[in-house]
Design a protein around this ligand. Structure first.
Ligand SMILES: [Zn+2]
Ligand SMILES: [Zn+2]
Length: 108
Protein backbone atom coordinates (compact mmCIF):
# COMPACT_ATOMS: atom_id res chain seq x y z
CA UNK A 1 0.00 0.00 0.00
CA UNK A 2 1.29 3.44 -0.83
CA UNK A 3 2.04 5.87 1.94
CA UNK A 4 0.31 8.95 0.57
CA UNK A 5 -0.69 10.09 4.04
CA UNK A 6 2.05 12.66 4.53
CA UNK A 7 0.59 15.00 1.87
CA UNK A 8 -1.92 16.06 4.48
CA UNK A 9 0.31 15.90 7.50
CA UNK A 10 -0.80 17.88 10.56
CA UNK A 11 2.15 20.26 10.12
CA UNK A 12 1.11 21.10 6.58
CA UNK A 13 -2.53 21.59 7.58
CA UNK A 14 -1.41 23.86 10.42
CA UNK A 15 0.74 25.87 8.01
CA UNK A 16 -2.19 26.22 5.58
CA UNK A 17 -4.49 27.29 8.42
CA UNK A 18 -1.90 29.89 9.38
CA UNK A 19 -1.82 31.27 5.82
CA UNK A 20 -5.57 31.21 5.33
CA UNK A 21 -6.29 34.59 7.00
CA UNK A 22 -3.76 36.22 4.69
CA UNK A 23 -5.45 34.71 1.65
CA UNK A 24 -8.79 35.90 3.01
CA UNK A 25 -7.40 39.40 3.54
CA UNK A 26 -5.98 39.43 0.02
CA UNK A 27 -9.36 38.33 -1.31
CA UNK A 28 -11.08 41.10 0.63
CA UNK A 29 -8.55 43.59 -0.71
CA UNK A 30 -9.23 42.50 -4.30
CA UNK A 31 -12.98 42.69 -3.68
CA UNK A 32 -12.75 46.18 -2.15
CA UNK A 33 -10.62 47.36 -5.06
CA UNK A 34 -13.15 46.00 -7.57
CA UNK A 35 -15.99 47.74 -5.72
CA UNK A 36 -14.11 51.06 -5.66
CA UNK A 37 -13.43 50.76 -9.39
CA UNK A 38 -17.07 49.94 -10.16
CA UNK A 39 -18.16 52.87 -7.99
CA UNK A 40 -15.83 55.28 -9.84
CA UNK A 41 -17.10 53.97 -13.16
CA UNK A 42 -20.71 54.42 -12.04
CA UNK A 43 -19.92 57.97 -10.95
CA UNK A 44 -18.34 58.74 -14.32
CA UNK A 45 -21.33 57.20 -16.06
CA UNK A 46 -23.66 59.46 -14.08
CA UNK A 47 -21.74 62.46 -15.43
CA UNK A 48 -21.75 61.00 -18.93
CA UNK A 49 -25.51 60.58 -18.87
CA UNK A 50 -26.11 64.12 -17.63
CA UNK A 51 -27.39 66.44 -20.33
CA UNK A 52 -25.14 69.28 -19.22
CA UNK A 53 -21.85 69.81 -17.44
CA UNK A 54 -20.80 72.94 -15.55
CA UNK A 55 -17.53 74.83 -15.94
CA UNK A 56 -15.64 76.08 -12.83
CA UNK A 57 -17.50 79.40 -13.22
CA UNK A 58 -20.88 77.66 -13.15
CA UNK A 59 -21.87 77.97 -16.81
CA UNK A 60 -23.93 75.04 -18.04
CA UNK A 61 -22.55 73.37 -21.18
CA UNK A 62 -24.48 70.69 -23.07
CA UNK A 63 -22.83 67.26 -23.28
CA UNK A 64 -24.44 66.70 -26.67
CA UNK A 65 -23.79 69.17 -29.46
CA UNK A 66 -21.00 70.45 -31.70
CA UNK A 67 -17.43 69.84 -30.55
CA UNK A 68 -13.95 69.95 -32.03
CA UNK A 69 -11.89 66.79 -31.58
CA UNK A 70 -8.55 67.40 -29.89
CA UNK A 71 -6.92 64.45 -31.67
CA UNK A 72 -7.98 64.77 -35.34
CA UNK A 73 -9.33 68.35 -35.27
CA UNK A 74 -12.61 67.23 -36.83
CA UNK A 75 -15.69 69.11 -35.78
CA UNK A 76 -18.24 66.49 -34.80
CA UNK A 77 -21.79 66.55 -33.64
CA UNK A 78 -22.99 64.27 -30.89
CA UNK A 79 -21.92 63.25 -27.41
CA UNK A 80 -18.96 65.24 -26.13
CA UNK A 81 -16.98 62.33 -24.69
CA UNK A 82 -15.97 60.61 -27.93
CA UNK A 83 -15.08 61.85 -31.40
CA UNK A 84 -17.37 60.25 -33.98
CA UNK A 85 -14.64 60.53 -36.64
CA UNK A 86 -11.52 59.01 -35.05
CA UNK A 87 -13.01 57.61 -31.84
CA UNK A 88 -10.66 59.52 -29.53
CA UNK A 89 -11.98 60.26 -26.07
CA UNK A 90 -12.08 63.89 -25.07
CA UNK A 91 -10.29 64.73 -21.81
CA UNK A 92 -11.76 68.22 -21.55
CA UNK A 93 -13.92 70.76 -23.35
CA UNK A 94 -13.82 74.54 -23.34
CA UNK A 95 -16.75 76.37 -21.79
CA UNK A 96 -19.08 77.92 -24.38
CA UNK A 97 -19.37 81.10 -22.34
CA UNK A 98 -15.99 81.84 -20.76
CA UNK A 99 -13.65 79.41 -22.56
CA UNK A 100 -12.34 77.86 -19.34
CA UNK A 101 -11.43 74.17 -19.68
CA UNK A 102 -13.90 71.71 -18.14
CA UNK A 103 -12.24 68.37 -17.34
CA UNK A 104 -14.47 65.47 -18.31
CA UNK A 105 -14.78 63.27 -15.22
CA UNK A 106 -15.45 60.00 -17.05
CA UNK A 107 -12.11 60.11 -18.87
CA UNK A 108 -10.02 60.27 -15.69
ZN1 LIG B 1 -11.28 62.83 -33.74
ZN1 LIG C 1 -17.83 79.10 -18.20
Amino acid sequence: MSKDGHRFSPERLFFLALLLPFYALYGLFLLARAIVRAWRKAKGLRFALASEIRCPNGHANPTVGRFECGACRAVYHGWVGRCSVCGAGAAWIACDVCGVAIPLPWER
